[in-house]
Design a protein around this ligand. Structure first.
Ligand code: C5P
Length: 217
């Protein structure tokens, strides 16, 4: 849609992975490239929205015409998202936030040992769950990437996190998921109405997600 149907709306979008440092040279992360979230940001900007994009480390160029905030860790993303939450109408959390981080980041490079190494991981805050608790009349969108029982997991997440919409990604589908330019997703709303979208580009998926939001707000 080339209509400015999001004019006057403020969107907060998160994208990419987070990285969680073990020491100055090593970290934990995941395969997220940020493509889906950046596509949503670009699409929303094109439809007249005022966009803030909060991104973990990616190789993508920060899109023009929006506020761009770069973060590394889940805790940084949590802080930036909460700072920006109140002023936005629609929040789309496409970032693949690390669920765990090392309990401590070693200030110096850890030396190899002859023995096995155990790293204790502690839970990161669930950003979206926190937003769900303070939702008010904001429109909250989450993502779910799964390899099995996608719809069931996604519906549970939608309820548990108090979302208006969840975009569920089948990682086992051809042409879906990490790093691809296409995606295969289900859109599930708070009435549990479920739509499977055909395989399409991430920019097309972005527009379908925005179409659904525009219809519901
Ligand atoms: O529970 P799960 O991680 O599968 O939920 C995915 C959704 O929750 C995504 O929208 C993701 O951005 C969000 N999330 C989050 N903070 C976390 C973990 C996930 O905001 N620590």
């Amino acid at each position: 849609s080339m209509e400015a149907d999001l004019k006057g709306k403020k969107l907060l979008i998160t994208a990419g992975p987070t990285i969680e440092a073990i020491d100055p040279v090593r970290y934990l992360t995941n395969h997220s490239t940020g493509k889906m979230g950046y596509a949503i940001a670009e699409a929303a900007h094109g439809r007249g929205a005022e966009v803030t994009l909060i991104s973990g480390p990616t190789n993508l160029k920060p899109p023009a015409g929006m506020e761009f905030i770069r973060v590394n860790t889940a805790e940084e993303m949590y802080d930036r998202v909460l700072e920006n939450f109140e002023e936005n109408d629609i929040i789309i959390k496409s970032a693949a936030v690390a669920d765990y981080r090392p309990e401590a980041t070693h200030p110096q490079k850890m030396k190899k040992q002859d023995d096995d190494l155990y790293i204790k991981l502690v839970r990161n805050p669930d950003i979206l769950m926190e937003l769900g608790k303070r939702k008010g009349n904001k429109y909250l969108v989450g993502f779910a990437a799964e390899t099995n029982d996608i719809i069931e997991y996604a519906k549970n997440k939608l309820k548990k996190k108090n979302l208006d919409l969840i975009v569920a990604n089948d990682l086992t589908e051809e042409g879906a998921g990490f790093g691809k330019d296409t995606n295969v997703v289900y859109l599930i709303d708070s009435k549990e109405d479920t739509t499977k979208l055909d395989k399409m580009t991430k920019l097309e998926v972005a527009h379908k997600v925005l179409d659904k939001i525009v219809k519901s707000i």
